[in-house]
Design a protein around this ligand. Structure first.
Ligand code: NAP
Length: 284
């Protein structure tokens, strides 16, 4: 079996599972409201991909294309409306937001039960007590990859490089919840190479092209690359792909973690719908 993880294939399998689950809702469809401000090309491409994935699995989408001159108060009042609208199950605000809007104020306004990005402190708090239902999408995608490739996490030394609120910290908590011994590294970490050489599982989420090199890892390590960078005009991750010669499993960029993020968003929309309609959520 190849040691290169096929994220596109896993994402397709999960999307088909979600689609089937939604078909069983007897004609009812979860609804995701997406708010996007301004004309940033990358954000528009991303929102377009989300909408396509929603169509595929059977999630209804309402996209709000707003001028980036909108005030924070106006945006907060739209979120309040969507919070109160019982036909809307999930709310997603496309980041980044313009400088005059406080991102935290916006994200914290979203009803935690509709917080399909899993960024609300309520959901982060639940994650830290291992009781979350809505978990942030990219970290969940990494965990799902490990699960689908039957990686034993319990008791393993897991190293997460990067401590952002949206990737590094939540993935560290998820690994801890699965009984790994977790170290979280960042720019102030001393002797990172010592840590990388001890690790059985390394997740890199820093945004530095080809940062992790083969001499830094041990034979048989499992490598998950969250990074998305452009180097010499080509897309690449935070892990130098020649590490694949030492790794027992490695995610490529593109085609690894990337396709999982939108898929886990679809999963969260379905979970949010079920929570709001008192439908039992099986193992998640
Ligand atoms: P971020 O908010 O910029 O955080 C980067 C983190 O990496 C920080 O904690 C920083 O440490 C740490 N870091 C940076 N350089 C480092 C170095 N040389 N050594 C050790 N730590 C270092 O980034 P993010 O939002 O987490 O995203 C990280 C990467 O993942 C980016 O390439 C982003 O595009 C990608 N991403 C991909 C997906 C996906 O769907 N695949 C989703 C989200 C993000 P300090 O805290 O000390 O500054």
């Amino acid at each position: 079996m190849s040691n290169i993880i096929n994220g596109t294939e896993i994402a397709k399998i999960i999307k088909d599972e979600i689609k089937k689950d939604i078909e069983n809702l007897q004609g009812k469809k979860p609804c995701l409201a997406v708010i996007i401000l301004g004309n940033d090309d990358a954000s528009h491409i991303y929102v377009n991909n989300k909408n396509k994935a929603c169509d595929y699995v059977g999630i209804k989408t309402d996209t709000y294309f707003l001028d980036d001159s909108i005030s924070e108060v106006e945006l907060l009042s739209l979120i309040e409306e969507l919070n109160d609208d019982t036909s809307v199950n999930g709310i997603l605000v496309q980041l980044p937001l313009p400088k005059h809007i406080n991102e935290k104020n916006i994200l914290f306004k979203i009803n935690p039960l509709k917080d399909v990005d899993g960024f609300h402190p309520y959901n982060i708090g639940l994650l830290s007590t291992n009781s979350a239902t809505l978990k942030s999408c990219t970290p969940s995608g990494c965990m799902e990859i490990l699960k689908r490739y039957n990686v034993e996490i319990k008791g393993k030394n897991a190293l997460v490089i990067g401590r952002s609120n949206i990737v590094g910290k939540p993935i560290s908590m998820m690994l801890l919840n699965e009984d790994a011994t977790v170290t979280t590294a960042h720019t102030k970490t001393k002797d990172l190479e010592y840590l990388t050489k001890q690790a059985d599982i390394i997740i890199v989420a820093i945004g530095v092209a080809n940062f992790l090199k083969p001499h830094m890892v041990k034979e048989g390590v499992i490598l998950i690359d969250v990074g998305i960078n452009r180097f010499d005009g080509k897309l690449c991750g935070d892990i130098d792909f020649s590490c694949s010669n030492k790794a027992s499993l490695i995610t490529p960029v593109p085609g690894g973690v990337g396709p999982m993020t939108i898929t886990m968003l679809m999963k969260n929309c379905l979970i949010a719908y079920k929570i709001q309609n008192n439908i039992n959520i099986e193992e998640n």
